[in-house]
Design a protein around this ligand. Sequence first.
Ligand code: PLP
Length: 447
Amino acid sequence: MLNLEYRLPQQRQLLTPVPGPASTALAARRADVVARAVSSSVPVYAVDADGGVVVDADGNSFIDFGSGIAVTSVGASNAAVARAVAEAASRFTHTCFMVTPYEDYVAVCEELAGLAPGDHAKKAALFNSGAEAVENAVKIARYATGRDAVIAFEHAYHGRTNLTMALTSKAMPYKAGFGPFAPSVYRVPVSYPFRDPDGMTGEQAAERAIAMIATQVGADRVAAVLIEPVLGEGGFIVPADGFLTRLAQWCRDNGVVLIADEVQAGFCRTGSWFACEQAGLEPDIITVAKGIAGGLPLAGVVGRAEIMDAPHAGGLGGTYGGNPVACAAALAAIGYMKQADLNARARDIGSIIAEVLGPVAETSPIVGELRGRGAMMALEFVQPLTKDPNPDAVKRIVAACLSAGVLVLSCGTYGNVVRLLPPLVIAEDTLRDGLAVLADAIVQAGA
Ligand SMILES: *Cc1c(COP(=O)(O)O)cnc(C)c1O
C-alpha cells in the first residue's frame, strides 16, 4: 500500500492502564448526566485522531479498526476535509437549503448521481443521518408506486427511528421496549451462505424470499424491497452470487422499487463506490451516509430521476438536510477518495486482512468463517467445531484487543461477529500490527 502523510505517529502506545485516570474521571461525570441507554463500546475518551489511530484523554494511542462505525474512511482529521469545513464555516454554517439554497448541495447531488451505478438519469436529495435517508427512500418508493408494503430482510439494520426500527431485524438492543412499530413492513429470509442449508444457491435463496413475499403480501402491494448489499450490523453477511440480481429482476417484473441501503457498505468501503456494483446490481434507489462526509453528519438518497421526482414539490426536506458545512466536507472527502484511490486501498486492505487472518481462521476451532468485501471484513465465531454462535469468545477477543491498544467492534444478530472497518487511509504497518494483535487474541480465545 502507498505511504500517506500523517499528523500523528501511526502506532499503538499505552501509557496508562486502559482506561486511564483521565478517562475514568470523564466516565464518572458521564454517569451523572448522560442517559445510560446511550452506551459506548470502549471506556476511553478520545481527544485526537488521525489516519489509523485514536488518542485518548490519557495519551494512549489505539489502532482504529472501527472508524467510528465505518465513517472516517478518509481519516478522522483528513486535512482536506478539515480545511473545507473551516472555510465553509467561516462563510456560513446554515441557511437551510429549503430557504436559501447554495452550490455545495447541488455539487454533492451531482457527485451522487455521477457515482451511482447505471447510465439512466439520476437525482438525489440530502438528509442528516442514515436512518433519515432510509425513511425518505421508503417515502419516495411509496409515493412513486402508490403502494404501502416494504420488504426487509432477516439480519437487516436500517436505523433507530420508528420506521427504521420496524425495518431492523434485531430486537436487542434496537427495538425492545420501543414499540409499537410502523406497519406494512414484512420480513423475509436473506441469503446467509454460512447458515443456509448446504448447497443453497443465491437464486434458490431469492426464490425462498420471493415465495414468501407472494404468499404473505402479494407482489401488487409491494412498494419497495430494501436490502443492504453487504449486511452490516447483522454480521457482514455477503449474500450468495445471484441472490441480489434475482431479487432485482423480480422487482423489475413487478413494478417494485429496489432500494439498496449502502449506508455502511458504500463509498469505497468494499473496494468500489457501492457494494452493489460488485453484485452486478443497479438499484432504483441507493441510500448513503456514514462514510461520505469525512465524519460530518450527512446522508443522501440517489435514484432514478422519475422515481425521485415522483413526490410533490415540498414533500421532502428538513431544516438541516444537506447542511453547507457537511456538504463541503463531503466534496472534500469524495475528492480525496478519488485522488488517493481509496477503492484500490480498500481492496488492498481486504487482501492483507485475508493474508493475515486467513490462516488463523483456517486453524482456529472457534472461527466459523472469515468473510467480507474489501475493507469490510469480519470473522464469525462459533462454539468449537460447530455452527453454534459464540458471543463470549467475541467479548474476550474485543477486550484483549482493547487492552493491547487495538479498537475492534463486534456485530451480528447473535453478537458473535468481530468486524474490521479500519480507516481506508490506515498505514500498512499499522494495519499489520493491529491484525497481529487480533490474531493473537483469537488464538488465545480458542485455546
Ligand atoms: C448505520 C446504518 C444506518 C443508520 O444510520 P444512522 O446515521 O445511524 O441513522 C442505516 N443503514 C445501515 C446499513 C447502517 O449501517
